[in-house]
Ligand binder design. Structure first.
Ligand code: NAD
Length: 490
């Protein structure tokens, strides 16, 4: 699916759209250069999709839904998804290298992401023939039942932070219910979604069931979100663009799931097992360079252990190293120069605001100067009113805030516009339950934390974190709708 083409003096791998089972260039022949975040150099190019390419993909998906894919038995769909999972695993090392090169993430993380992508298709493959309707108690002489039906053609606009995983999560669930999908990955990271869709063809998916159109958000993304031919839209990305696509979808009267950002808190009480908590607190913000919607970006600490937690975090932060993807450091480069500058802006403003930088990691000596690296920083105490305590940085920046008691902790935890994930660290069982209820978040972890993890676990947010749920069986209800049938038999 890649071809070497002549581009000036250098030969670049070109990744075309995958539409109707074929690898096709943009209608107007335009391309977008693909940069490796680790060194900032162009190493490939993708098709710059426009409305015409989106039209073709939606038409192909519709034909497949009305044809071979839509008519396929659920069990057979399940087998195909399972075969795709295996094909991803069979190609795991190549896919991990591609994912890491394309996004800058350490190879270790690339490997974990590919394993997770495979697991999504495996999980949803197994679920295909296990979602069904009900029979309903109704009037005498009538049989009432529900059929659970696919929407038809679903659009999936996904971000650059976990392209392979997001493809499995979003497209996997929709395909399981029998929808034909059009995926629009982020312009900065498209390569593994294209490769996964190509593997789907290889294992026997009918043409048109699984399409990928690449391009800029304002062009291909906006065209997909506003397309009258899609029946449902799954969007993962920023709150600002989420609002735009929801408005576009409203004009077509279709439902939308929005998986947006977060400012997820981890609450550490004085009775917590700090040895268990500390490495997880660090990993929850450093994983993927902090570019994780569910990153644990705020640590709220009960005053008696504040100094001990700060000390433990300082020690760990001081040893963190940002390195090229193939050096497999604690974190890699951020996705692009804009993201690096945005994160650097947050760090500079926090310093200007007089917030103490308690510890800093470093950038590896051998990191190419053209790469988009940011050394991790630990700030604290961060005043609740400061933007560092409220806004999503989407980088390796951790804020620590002290709290006095449980009520104070809840007020701080719920004190942002987001509500995606929370972590609670305490040995007190009753407090675990109270806090799990009181914290406004789509997922709550007690004495553990899953930044982005858990294929089986429904995931989604409140407020500026979005609405609707992906992952687990819950996603399958989003990607389908019940149809009620009533038969009068007398
Ligand atoms: P983004 O909103 O800029 O882009 C996301 C996708 O939307 C990309 O494919 C992009 O091309 C597309 N897009 C951009 N403008 C568009 C438009 N006008 N119309 C239609 N599509 C458009 O987000 P990003 O910078 O790629 O990702 C970072 C954000 O995503 C963060 O806020 C992060 O928290 C969030 N995110 C959320 C989750 C989750 O599951 N809740 C997961 C990953 C990332």
């Amino acid at each position: 699916m890649t071809a070497a083409i002549q581009n000036g003096a250098a030969k670049l791998a070109t990744f075309a759209h995958l539409i109707d089972g074929r690898s096709v260039s943009a209608r107007d022949g335009q391309t977008i250069p693909v940069l490796a975040p680790s060194d900032g150099k162009v190493f490939a190019e993708i098709a710059r999709g426009t409305a015409a390419d989106v039209d073709a993909a939606v038409a192909a998906a519709r034909a497949s839904f009305d044809g071979a894919w839509g008519r396929m038995e659920a069990a057979e769909r399940g087998r195909l998804l399972a075969r795709l999972a295996q094909a991803i695993l069979d190609n795991a090392e190549d896919l991990a290298a591609l994912e890491s090169r394309d996004t800058g993430k350490p190879l270790r993380q690339g490997r974990a992401d590919i394993a997770a992508a495979a697991r999504y298709f495996e999980f949803y493959g197994g679920a295909c023939d296990k979602i069904h309707g009900d029979t309903l108690p109704f009037l005498a002489g009538h049989l009432a039942l529900t059929l659970r039906e696919a929407h038809g053609v679903t659009g999936h606009v996904i971000p650059w932070n976990y392209p392979a995983q997001m493809t499995g999560r979003s497209a996997g669930g929709a395909l399981a219910m029998g929808n034909a999908v059009v995926v629009k990955p982020a312009e900065d990271a498209c390569l593994t979604p294209l490769r996964i869709a190509a593997l789907a063809l290889e294992v026997g998916f009918p043409p048109g069931a699984f399409n990928v159109v690449t391009g800029y958000g304002e062009e291909a993304g906006a065209a997909l979100a506003a397309h009258p031919g899609i029946d449902f839209l799954s969007f993962t990305g920023s709150p600002e663009v989420g609002a735009l696509v929801q408005k576009a979808a409203a004009d077509n009267h279709i439902a939308v799931t929005l998986e947006l950002g977060g400012k997820s808190p981890q609450l550490v009480f004085a009775d917590a097992d700090l040895d268990a908590a500390l490495p997880i607190l660090v990993n929850a913000i450093v994983q993927n360079g902090g570019q994780t919607c569910s990153a644990g970006s705020r640590v709220l600490v009960e005053q008696p252990v504040y100094d001990a937690v700060v000390e433990g975090l300082q020690e760990r932060f001081a040893g963190l190293v940002a390195a090229p993807y193939d050096a497999d450091g604690d974190l890699g480069a951020l996705i692009n120069a804009r993201q690096r500058d945005r994160v650097a802006g947050f760090i500079a403003r926090a310093r200007e605001d007089g917030i103490p930088a308690l510890a800093e990691g470093r950038i590896a000596d051998n990191a190419p100067s053209g790469g988009f690296y940011v050394a991790p920083v630990l700030f604290g105490p961060v005043p609740q009113a400061n933007r560092l305590a409220r806004d999503e940085v989407f980088g390796p920046v951790l804020s620590i805030l002290p709290f006095a008691d449980e009520a104070d902790a809840i007020s701080l935890a719920n004190g942002t516009e987001y509500g995606l994930v929370a972590g609670i660290w305490t040995r007190d069982g009753a407090r675990q339950m109270r806090l799990a209820r009181a914290v406004r978040a789509g997922q709550v972890f007690v004495n553990c934390y899953g930044a982005g993890g858990g294929i089986e676990l429904p995931f989604g947010g409140f407020g500026k974190s979005g609405h609707g749920r992906e992952k687990g069986f819950e996603a399958l209800y989003e990607f389908s709708a019940p149809k009620t049938v009533v038969v009068k038999h007398g």
